[in-house]
Design a protein around this ligand. Structure first.
Ligand code: FEO
Ligand code: CA
Ligand code: CA
Ligand code: CA
Length: 571
């Protein structure tokens, strides 16, 4: 009612759900495109060609595809935006081929070069924010960029390959989903579905239990990388897949720096990495493993952060934990060590972190996506995106996945957001209490508890929360990656969207609706609070979008900048 509206901290008029092929924002807000998949970052690189969608060479010098996690670094006068380019949709990037499949080695290379991380300088001009072409900061990090392996797994026999017998130097990063940023100015790119790029030239190969647990298989997901680089052939290079599934630390201020794989943070299908400085200076990183029935993790550094000191290796050494939630609203962090798991070494614990989590009895979750920490208090949120087939088949680990605690619904098309409070406000405490901030749903279709929690209503309903981040005011921004059919269980949800929640009251309002068949993922706010950068991933993934250019153009993932028409702060 009116009283509630007057007390609301969400100072905008909610937008209606819709299925438009456009960005929808509240009255008084506007957006423009900052950069799109295929835009050249350097002089001499060809402009994006809608007929061919580029080639291997042009893509290597152009902005990558399917934007996900992002962070803005304000380095003196320069604004440097770092973006994950998670993956490519084959029917879009190879839409110039009749079958939407690669035909040549260069097609495969184009797809490969569209993956990784793009570092770009952007500047605000008369037409808003735009790329600074040829900036000294501009850099493409790809699946072929050299990277250092650090932490407990570095040098272990499971990390050694023919090309790298020492097990300390690897190539590239791919399927980078969410991200993190550190207080010392680095970017964390999180490797998620790394498995889908490996295949076997011998279809009869016997896979190890670890390969099965991580989904490394004899067939890839259609990317074809082994065709041009045999390190993706598990019959020839069985350890190569152990060198992926990590968090990668990147220094955006130095384009010549070597990215570092931080094995102390564990190997799994990383969503993001939310970094908190604990009261005693230790670094705490919260991380989800986005797979049905997998776990939520915490890392605590051995060393302490101090402003002005050399903090550059704080993520190299520390302890990894997995979460156990009890139905009574309490929970514990369980340390993953050789002692607690019976595993042979600290290296094996982090390389097979999922197995370690199973050994200590961590709680199987409904697909943990982004984690976000409230800057105003010791309170952490995680989006549990959905669990469409809990009862139909076991999860990859074979652990039971009962409907209980923070995963209360047996059938769960909608997802939920869990939050927890570390005991004593101490992020290194091994105990916490928890509740559910929201159970997403559809109260117009389901009048019972399946329709959602009390803060979900006909006006703000959504499904499959995924991206989460806090602004400096302590408001929780929620992005969705869900079912956009707008039918049956999802009637009235419209396209994927972005909402804002107030942690104190539970109020949630819809702020943005994305174009057709997109996911809204990744966000960064300028330090003055006046520009919000948002990632639009895979518009038209099923063939029904021409965003952002319209007409009969190829749909292109892009970063947009959202501003208020009166120049004020957002939210
Ligand atoms: Fe890449 Fe879990 O989303
Ligand atoms: Ca995600
Ligand atoms: Ca998702
Ligand atoms: Ca996605």
């Amino acid at each position: 009612g009116e009283a509630a509206a007057q007390n609301s901290r969400l100072g905008f008029k909610q937008v209606a759900a819709n299925t438009l092929d456009d960005i929808t924002l509240p009255d008084g807000y506007s957006s423009h495109v900052v950069i799109r998949w295929g835009d050249p970052m350097f002089s001499g690189v060809a402009e994006f060609d809608h007929a061919t969608r580029g080639n291997g060479e042009s893509q290597a010098g152009a902005y990558g595809d399917n934007i996900d996690g992002m962070a803005l670094f304000e380095l003196g006068d320069a604004s440097v935006l770092v973006n994950n380019n998670e993956y490519t949709n084959r029917k879009i990037i190879w839409g110039n081929r009749p079958e939407g499949k690669s035909e040549t080695d260069d097609d495969v290379l184009k797809g490969m070069m569209a993956h990784g991380v793009s570092v770009i300088e952007i500047a605000k001009g008369d037409n808003g924010w735009a790329l600074v072409k040829d900036s000294k900061y501009n850099r493409r990090i790809t699946p072929q960029t050299e990277m250092e392996i650090t932490g407990p797994a570095a040098g272990h026999a499971l990390m050694q390959t023919e090309a790298d017998p020492a097990g300390k130097l690897t190539k590239g990063t791919w399927n980078n989903c969410g991200n993190g940023r550190t207080p010392w100015g680095t970017y964390l790119a999180c490797e998620e579905n790394f498995n889908g790029y490996f295949s076997s030239s011998n279809p009869d190969i016997e896979r190890t239990d670890a390969q099965k647990r991580y989904g490394v298989n004899v067939e890839d997901w259609g990317y074809g990388w082994a065709q041009i680089d045999d390190r993706f052939d598990i019959a020839k290079h069985p350890n190569e897949s152990n060198r992926a599934g990590w968090v990668v630390e990147i220094d955006p201020s130095d384009p010549t720096s070597t990215p570092k794989k931080r094995t102390a943070l564990g190997r799994f299908k990383h969503e993001n990495a939310e970094v908190v400085v604990n009261g005693d200076g230790r670094i705490v990183v919260y991380m989800g493993d986005d797979e049905r029935g997998e776990f939520l993790y915490r890392f605590i550094s051995d060393g302490v952060y101090a402003e002005g000191a050399d903090n550059s290796d704080l993520l190299a050494e520390g302890t990894l934990y997995a979460a156990k939630f009890h139905p009574d609203g309490t929970g514990q962090w369980l340390a993953l060590t050789p002692e607690t798991t019976g595993m042979a070494s600290a290296a094996e614990v982090v390389i097979n972190a999922r197995t370690a989590g199973s050994k200590v009895g961590a709680t199987t979750m409904d697909r943990p996506e982004w984690v976000a920490a409230n800057p105003k208090k010791a309170e952490i949120y995680c989006a549990l995106t959905n669990n469409k087939n809990r009862a139909i088949k076991p999860n990859a680990g074979g652990d039971p996945t009962p409907a209980m605690g923070p995963n209360p619904r047996a059938e769960n098309h909608y997802g939920q957001i869990v939050r927890w409070w570390p005991s004593g406000g101490n992020h290194t405490s091994d105990s916490f209490t928890w509740d559910l901030f929201a159970l997403a749903g559809n109260p117009t279709v389901h009048q019972d508890a399946y329709g959602g929690s009390v803060n979900i209503n006909e006006g703000n309903m959504f499904n499959s929360p995924d991206g989460l981040f806090f602004d400096t005011k302590g408001l929780l921004w929620i992005q969705t990656d869900g079912n956009y059919s707008n039918e049956e269980d999802f009637a009235g949800h419209g396209n994927n969207q972005m909402l804002v929640g107030d942690p104190a009251t539970g109020e949630i309002k819809r702020f943005l609706v994305g174009p057709k068949e997109c996911e809204v993922t990744g966000a960064a706010m300028s330090s003055d609070g006046k520009t919000l950068f948002v990632g639009i991933q895979h518009p038209g993934e099923r063939g029904d979008s021409h965003w952002p250019e319209g007409g009969d153009s190829v749909p292109r993932s892009a970063v947009i900048a959202v501003t208020r028409d009166d120049g004020g702060q957002l939210g």
